[in-house]
Design a protein around this ligand. Structure first.
Ligand SMILES: *Cc1c(COP(=O)(O)O)cnc(C)c1O
Length: 304
């Protein structure tokens, strides 16, 4: 995994505000186009373990537009594993090649098994997983989103010693692995805030499995109607942000994070003169499928 260069760096985002809050963005999206940001972090130690234990393939779960699925397909191809994606939604079987994420992953050699929504719900059930391990003996099982102990361990490498100057660390939350790593590697007087578009009551539990510190909270006020949902205002925000700062956000995670942080700054949420670090976790591969969707509905698309 060390072939991938770590180009991550903090960039200042000039956002004028009355409280003198200083805002920075950690460009984890610079790590790699496909194994973007946190997906690289979460796969790193899992791939090392899979190689050590001499597994021949990687087996994982994901939705049809999942950044994790394409990251696993790419990593498997690059590091000499076979790969199988267990994808949510049986109806995709006959038309997955119309889906850019699945088409791309398939071109890299990933095979799919399309699960009903009912079966997909078992994705974290130990008995179900043991059945899978039995069927796919040569395959190393990675949970949805890459979130397990080793995934969290990789995410503990996102923050570096120079990041101790920040008072707040803000990130997007999906399955909770990324924020767990940030919490574990934070110092006590830092506050970690996760922005989620999933109802936070489920996540609180998942995150608590990986962390013991208490210096964190979840915010689900900027969900834009839920996971994967967008509206005209969010797309305009992404396009304005790109124009002003030259940085591309993604429609599922980081746009809602940055929108939320701007909003909190303007509402005097952060201590005056504090330093806030947002994590750009990548996710650019999700733009193409979103633009196809937006175009079909005759809505404004995301400028690349
Ligand atoms: C997967 C993903 C997340 C969510 O990370 P979790 O560790 O699942 O919480 C956030 N941002 C982007 C761009 C992602 O692809």
């Amino acid at each position: 995994m060390d072939v991938i260069l770590n180009n991550s760096r903090n960039e200042k985002i000039n956002f004028i505000n009355d409280d003198g809050v200083q805002l920075y963005l950690k460009r984890e999206d610079k790590i790699h186009d496909i194994i973007s940001g946190n997906k690289y972090r979460k796969l790193k130690y899992n791939l090392i373990k899979a190689k050590d234990l001499d597994f021949k393939g990687l087996l994982t779960f994901g939705g049809a537009y999942s950044n994790h699925i394409s990251a696993v397909a790419y990593a498997a191809n690059r590091y000499g594993f076979k790969s199988i994606g267990l994808i949510r939604g049986e109806e995709l079987l006959s038309k997955y090649f119309d889906n850019p994420t699945l088409k791309y992953s398939s071109d890299l050699g990933m095979k799919f098994d399309f699960l009903s929504r009912k079966e997909y719900k078992n994705r974290n059930d130990e008995n179900y997983l043991n059945e899978l391990r039995h069927i796919y003996k040569d395959y190393y099982l990675i949970p949805e989103g890459g979130t397990n102990d080793l995934g969290v361990l990789g995410c503990q490498e996102i923050l570096r010693s120079e990041d101790k100057v920040f008072d707040y660390i803000c990130c997007s939350v999906g399955t909770g692995g990324t924020i767990s790593g940030l919490i574990n590697s934070s110092i006590n007087n830092q506050k970690i805030i996760g922005f989620s578009s999933i109802n936070k009551k489920y996540l609180l539990n998942d995150i608590s499995k990986f962390v013991i510190k208490k210096n964190w909270k979840l915010n689900d006020e900027f969900s834009f109607g839920g996971y994967g949902k967008v509206n005209e205002e969010l797309i305009d925000f992404m396009n304005d942000f790109k124009l002003k700062y030259g940085i591309l956000l993604d429609p599922i995670y980081t746009s809602k994070l940055v929108y939320g942080v701007f909003n909190l700054i303007l509402n005097n949420y952060f201590k005056p003169n504090s330093k806030v670090l947002m994590i750009h976790t990548g996710g650019h591969q999700g733009i193409l499928p979103m633009n196809i969707f937006l175009k079909k509905k005759n809505l404004t698309t995301i400028n690349l």
